[in-house]
Design a protein around this ligand. Sequence first.
Ligand SMILES: Nc1ncnc2c1ncn2[C@@H]1O[C@H](COP(=O)(O)OP(=O)(O)OP(=O)(O)O)[C@@H](O)[C@H]1O
Length: 947
Amino acid sequence: MYRGNNRGGGRNYSDSNYGRKNPYWNPNHGQREDNYYNNDPYHQNNTYQQQQPMRSTRYSNHYNSHHYDDRLNSQRSPTQNHQYSSPSPATHITSPYRQTDTSVSTSLSNTTTSNSSTPVHNFQEVTNIVPSSSSSLNHNEPKKIPTVDLKKERLKVWKMKKDSGTVNKPSMMKFKSNASRSKKLHHKKVLSLKSNLFSEDDEDSTQSKSAKTDTSVDGDKKDDTNKEIENNDADIDSVVSLLAKSTRNSVQTVPSESVLAEDEDDLIMEEEQEVNDSDDETKDPVKLLQTINERNKKLIPEHDPNTTPFVKSFYQESEFIKNLKDSEVSSLRLRDGIVIRGRHKTRPVLTWSQLGLPSSLLGIVEDMSFDTPTPIQCETLPSIMSGLDLIGIAKTGSGKTLAFLLPLFRQILSNELSRSSTHHNNKNQSCEPVALIMTPTRELAVQIFKECDPFFKKFGLRGACCYGGQPINQQIGELKKGCDLIVGTPGRLIDLLCVNGGRCLNFSNIRYAVLDEADRMFDLGFEPQVMKIMKSLRPDRQTVMFSATFPPKMEALAKKILHNPVEIMIGARNLVNDSIKQKFEILNDDEKFNKLLQVLGEFKSKDTKGKVIIFADTQDGCDKLATQLVSRGYPSISLHGGKDQVDRDATISYLKDGIIDIIVATSVASRGLDIKDLNLVVNYDSPNHMEDYVHRVGRTGRAGKEGESYTFVTPAQDKAAHDIVKLLELSNQPVPDKLAELANKFRQKLQKGDVKYSSGFSGKGLEKLQAIREEHRKLEKELFDGDSGSGSTDDDAQKQDDSTTDNDTSDKATAAAVANSGISMDDFKVIYGMANSGPESSSYHAKLNINDLPQMTRWHVTNRESMGKVIEMTSCSVTTKGRFYPAGKSPAEGEDPKLYLLIEGETDSKVREAVEMFKELLIEGLKQVKDSANAKGGNGGGKYTIY
Ligand SMILES: Nc1ncnc2c1ncn2[C@@H]1O[C@H](COP(=O)(O)OP(=O)(O)OP(=O)(O)O)[C@@H](O)[C@H]1O
């Protein structure tokens, strides 16, 4: 059942020592026993455990329990609870939805579909800026609030108060501040209607809006905004009246009562209401843009960071691990294709007990019936528990969540004294959690929060899950009770940090922060928000990031918020899990639906209980497809950012609980979701970047189980075919002929220069951001007549960052590294040149001599992961040519040249970029050699002596 599956020579966990000893990853392949395992008492246990079928009680635990702890639930109304908890098992059995088929499913599907059918440019809705009240949980019913003229109302009430003598100085000030806040709010709403933005709190809503400018983040912009507000009052009124005319509806404003609120709580409420507007943000893209605009302008109130020292390092290496030989550890890592960069000190563990966790924490792991840690857990847990910042990259479904949760709870539990301060009843005291987990999607936040449930219950801890689309008042209410851990999406976290001038929530005591799906967190929409949040954390916190994909370009950003991180990569950055059988169909749009029916028919005939996610590009496409499937007897629900969050949460719960077997989703469901028995993924619309493909198909084939994916590619989608082929090649998976043909078409276009290639997700996000920054720079230059201003901007910082990275890879750095290693620079000269003409030849090439490098360095430069990374980033082809000549020998006349890498690419710059990347790898490789020599007491690496 948990057999590893090695197709086409691809690496997987079953190839590894972990695998052979890890019943989870590969119970059936353990032919050879290495000595050190035989000595391991824990290992003997494992062998015994191999006989045991794996039981995972996790989901039943989660779903039999409420998502929040009982104390929280008991304080909610039944309606509120409905939003947070999945239906109880009893409900499932009696659910009419379950009993019926098409008819009832249709009605369910129709209901959810209709929720999302909000017209995109409906100004009637956009201009309703009155926040919903805290008691209203129904997002579907627009509130009917009488139209009021804000200025007149304010004046009227103020006069009344003045006449009756109830206005004293403080309340006047409050009045002013409220009025100006309302005015700002009013102004923001109107301005934001004119703005185009590009950031969002949720994966797929970015698809539905145009991205033009970052209105963002920095403090100095606040003053500008205020001035603008003061100066443009008249403009606002005219825009408002224009809008009112155009929509045949007058603009509704904040009711006068809230403007004149006098006591502290009312002040809080006003801000709550302000952010409450974002609750239904995903229903209407224009409204969403407004919300984001506001959010980006928001400044998180500053708090003095907590400076009480705290313990970060809890790890104590066990005797067994200490006694492993270096070569044993190296071979373990080599076989798993584990690449480690940075100041790495720790060795992997092989069993849970080698982590030295308190028995109470270990007990939770035991309850989960996870017999041994997975490779990413083995490698990252010791590093994180030693207090290091870390980037962890491993395939989908490989257990990354537990890799960051265990150290998180270890940290919370270790700070017992300070923890108690997070539990408070004083509503004026802000909530100061110890740990933070940020996720790019709401669904993922909910899932991770549920996974924390056993920890909350066992240790009496409090947690809060805060994400958009839910009434913020409830979340504020939870925070007022205090919490140890907060899990959330960046947009909502910013809202909460700003509520009541930072008196609701502050992050000055965060000691451990996690960015899950880190690369997505740094993508275009999130970067400013994430950076803002990270700045509000205490500077000496520990930060870890995890993902299955992490484009190297993201690293510069990641390193801005990490302190000397160690980077641990299992396999490669962009690999699809070997346990997924990937299938492809080249077909026209009008053939897709029939093919889908065929695929579903075959799947359901062999796996009646198996669950399916079908990915489509657009929200509308999802709705239509779900309706069509229902009409063909396949009960299904659509899931996307245009739906109410309550529906989105319920849909995931239905799928997890088996109430529904099929969902049709946009990429909002592509990241992190872990759904038992989800055995088929269909990309009805092919994803448009590689990372998305990896995550989408990664919803199946998880935790060692096998899964299947189908991707429909139309003949016009040759770029998608090209990307997928690259992925398959990287993963050593067979490439279907038709797909290869289509990919070749794209390559030919590339060669002719008919198309431009921007690879992957980083192309979509970072490159756009880079382009925008470039444009800003140009504009600034024009404006300041060649002088781009004296102030140091974010852009400059980025530029500096970039240049630092560039310097690292420069010839100078290479030369220095080489000098240290005792190798002559001439030994790996790069020869650039134009390739000969001919159909197979490329336009530019470079030759990089690798013959005379130490073996370990050579391996580091030429291993599959390194080569794959360079190929992926530059689109160059890389081939090993020539023959290896041992030290002191040179080829005689007519003999093959010394071993070298031939790098071929379409443009000179691509080839040079590839060479730079190889040089960086080379430096790393040489450093490794040196470190290893030092560790062995060597002299730092004479030529050829270190292997
Ligand atoms: N040591 C373990 N042994 C067995 N199963 C495990 C172990 N650790 C985690 N799992 C299970 O593996 C599954 C996948 O784990 P998880 O969701 O953490 O994967 P992931 O690597 O974060 O995937 P993604 O990249 O898609 O987010 C879960 O069902 C989890 O319970």
